[in-house]
Design a binder for this molecule. Structure first.
Ligand SMILES: Nc1ncnc2c1ncn2[C@@H]1O[C@H](COP(=O)(O)OP(=O)(O)OP(=O)(O)O)[C@@H](O)[C@H]1O
Length: 258
């Protein structure tokens, strides 16, 4: 379970960043007082246009960023006050960051498994399951630096899941992957849901959200524009499809702001 309450994050901008963004402001408010919950056994979609604050939110949930304000409770643990304890319950997937090019997938998975205190037996058992699901057996002993983007993404997924976390956070999990690999990841998310895990993921692909998600939060300019079940989202829909509906909600907000 994830409980987010009045969460905000502002970044201080250095001179170079101010120049790049063409602003004189000293800081940017990436996430602005958001609150919502993600429940066990359900998949929650976090949507928003570019720069909405999705990655910043997910990085706060995964304890990489410290919030400027607000609280995050992960499985009854205060993730802001006790990030180390919260981390044991979290699997966070973001690109292929945190992979060591010189190691092989087997070495990396063993390393992270041990870091999380997973027994050798459990590491082997979970690794086999993940390798089967993601079709990874052929490259398990190749150096990660020599693998393709999709292969690296698969290794990242194994690293994310090796401690069998109860809360799974995926930042655009299928971005840049071929359809077969993307489908395997969708299956993995379904498995997580069926095992009663709490899953939140960001995506720009409405088809994926439609297939997978039980709940949806749309953010824009750091604020929550919409938060409800997918069922309620479909029921209030005023446009022919979910992409059009997403655009309508974001556009209506833009019009209101102007
Ligand atoms: N480290 C940082 N320093 C300064 N500003 C940042 C930093 N990280 C993000 N931002 C700013 O915060 C805002 C939200 O960015 P974020 O990456 O969270 O958006 P996003 O919704 O994930 O976007 P996208 O869909 O393009 O990945 C943007 O205005 C971005 O420029």
């Amino acid at each position: 379970m994830i409980q987010i309450s009045h969460l905000s994050k502002s970044f201080t901008l250095n001179r170079q960043q101010k120049k790049e963004l063409g602003t004189t402001q000293n800081s940017v408010l990436a996430v602005d007082d958001i609150s919502f919950e993600c429940l066990p056994g359900r998949v929650h979609a976090l949507l928003g246009p570019n720069g909405a604050g999705k990655t910043t939110t997910l990085r706060m949930l995964s304890t990489i960023f410290k919030p400027t304000r607000g609280t995050i409770i992960i499985d009854n643990i205060d993730a802001v006050k006790d990030p180390q304890e919260a981390r044991k319950h979290i699997g966070f997937l973001t690109g292929s960051a945190g992979l060591y090019a010189r190691l092989t997938p087997n070495e990396l998975i063993a390393y992270f498994g041990e870091l999380y205190g997973v027994s050798r037996n459990d590491i082997e058992m979970r690794k086999k399951k993940l390798y089967d699901l993601l079709d990874m057996h052929d490259f398990q002993n190749k150096r990660i630096g020599k693998l393709s983007t999709g292969m690296k993404q698969k290794v990242s997924i194994c690293r994310t899941m090796i401690h069998d976390p109860q809360v799974v956070i995926f930042d655009e999990p299928t971005s840049g992957l071929d359809v077969i690999t993307a489908e395997n990841i969708i299956q993995l998310i379904r498995d997580c849901k069926n095992q009663g895990k709490t899953v939140i993921f960001s995506s720009h692909i409405m088809g994926e959200v439609d297939l997978l998600c039980d709940d949806i939060t749309i953010i824009h300019k750091g604020k929550v524009l919409y938060n409800d079940t997918m069922e309620a989202f479909r029921a209030q829909q005023q446009t022919p499809n979910l992409t059009a509906e997403f655009i309508r909600i974001v556009h209506d907000q833009k019009t209101e702001v102007q």
